[in-house]
Write a protein of this length. Structure first.
Length: 133
């Protein structure tokens, strides 16, 4: 999962180092390779910032679809709403990285394990819904 945080800067969610190679780790390596060679609309190389995910062993047993990624945050006026998963070291590291990328905004972390259990996150859950016809 990758997100542009400002012109020319993209943050990419990095799987935990303990993760065995699977579809997500392959997708991460492929995305990282593409982003490292990509340029912005003005031909400038992108700045790629890694956002490490929490270690699964530190957040407890989770279901098959649990999505533990900090990149699924939500930027609002004056703040960034950031997931918290219960791995204090990873949660604090993510908050610090996001704070550096969004100067002048508060970083507010919320425990979202129920939402993440279904494969979702804060950014996904805040999308607009069309009104019924």
């Amino acid at each position: 999962m990758a997100r542009f945080v400002k012109p020319g800067t993209v943050v990419i969610s990095r799987p935990p180092t303990s993760t065995k190679p699977d579809l997500w780790t392959r997708a991460y390596h492929q995305a990282r390779q593409v982003l490292e060679t990509a340029t912005d609309a003005h031909g400038r190389k992108l700045q790629v910032v890694e956002l490490p995910e929490p270690e699964p062993t530190r957040i407890g047993k989770r279901g098959r679809y649990f999505l533990a990624t900090y990149a699924n945050c939500y930027v609002v006026n004056g703040a960034v709403i950031l997931p918290r998963f219960g791995d204090p070291t990873a949660d604090q590291r993510a908050a610090s990285i996001i704070k550096d990328l969004h100067p002048g905004r508060a970083v507010v972390q919320l425990e979202i394990n129920t939402l993440a259990e279904g494969g979702g996150g804060i950014h996904c859950a805040t999308k607009q819904q069309p009104s019924p016809l």
